[in-house]
Ligand binder design. Sequence first.
Ligand code: NDP
Ligand code: 2IT
Length: 449
Amino acid sequence: MNEYLSSVLEEVEKKNSNEPEFIQAVREVLQTVEPVIDKHPEFKQTSLLERIVEPERIIVFRVPWINDNGKVVVNRGYRVQFSSVIGPYKGGLRFHPNVNQSIIKFLGFEQIFKNALTGLPIGGGKGGSDFDPKRKSDNEIMRFCQSYMTELYRHIGQDVDVPAGDIGVGAREIGYLFGQYKRIRNAYEGGVLTGKAICYGGSLARKEATGYGLIFYVREMLKAHNETLKDKTVTISGSGNVAIYACEKALENGAKVVAMSDSNGCIYDPNGIKLDIIKEIKEIKRERIKTYLQSCPNAQYFERTSEDSPIWDIKTDIALPCATQNELTLNSAKKLVANGVLAVGEGANMPCTQSATDFLLENKVLVAPAKAANAGGVATSAIEMSQNSMRFYYTFEEVEAKLERIMINIFDTCRKNAEEYGCTGNYVAGANIAAFKKLADGMMAQGIV
Ligand code: NDP
Ligand code: 2IT
């Protein structure tokens, strides 16, 4: 890294010393954009990097709610409005007990670059709470969402900041959040949230979009290396929204998905995972993945006993981490490489640790980086916003075709930028460079703000 980049990183480490995930996300970007910085002395003159790593605004607030036993519970709410260079802040909300400012800032930082890659007019933001939705009743979820929105509403709007789902936030939560927003504002601003149910302004294919988009990206990446998904063995961590629809599209492409997981452990079904059973366990019953064995007694279950998920011990051609950050460690990457893995596609945000990514790339594994490969979700959110503005809707096929074109275009952009900047085949660098150039151009055009 040149002197300017190192000094910015040093300052970020000093100022945010208790935010390891945020530092990790910044470091990864700064390490790959040196060739662009070298070409543009004006970036240093205008402290462009110092500005890009500082969120425009961070909102932290109290979220009090009453549980079913009548006890008052207090959670902490966040919304980081990171960058509005290319559009209103846009990004999901995460409800998970490990949510803190570092996690929300890393997600917000990643989101700026991801949203730039979509080619659509959306800035970057992220929010959430340390609320744990597990084992909560529907009424508790609703009261929590209403309390969260009672503070958040004053900071968002369809031309200001547009939240959506992420871990622990799906169509049910978006519905409760939307209901409360509409009630407080006394206005039907359909585009203020995305991931809505179809019956009140949601987009067809938004639910499927992140997982489908990941597979479109991986398909394009394999194609560029004369490979296909057909008959490939695939393992997918997680069994939530992204994992389920990545599985569905991988199966459509003729791949064989043999393992999926949740935070407790993973199931291995060498005959191929039965997706209908997973959907029923996760989308309807909201149960643990272990209950898969009740329907498929020949499958195996491996409990997670350390930070390394047992799913990465399973031999596979293609590994798709679709659960959470830093879930694929150097240890796991070594096991995947020893077992001959061909490609890793990041469905989750920052699922590979930095040393895992480095190891995979050194060993010529194709890596589809999260910012690019999981951008289909937010891209389709932007398509939902445009449908809301038009007061019209597209068919499922129309949305899916737009999503597919966007993902093909994102892969192409990553490939071309990697080639142009001397790192052919390194799509991690290609994605960071392409997104950074677009953001930097916008920042230069808009002056010192
Ligand atoms: P869901 O809540 O639907 O599913 C999350 C899945 O990941 C669950 O299987 C969950 O298991 C597992 N998981 C969550 N936290 C952990 C953890 N700390 N350790 C191990 N497993 C964990 O979320 P999504 O599918 O929407 O999101 C998954 C990932 O994809 C996240 O990184 C998210 O940021 C990213 N993403 C999501 C997009 C979207 O459109 N939804 C778009 C782009 C990226 P358990 O039930 O046991 O907690
Ligand atoms: O990480 C992500 O891109 C998301 N959780 C989706 C964000 C969105 O606004 O659809």
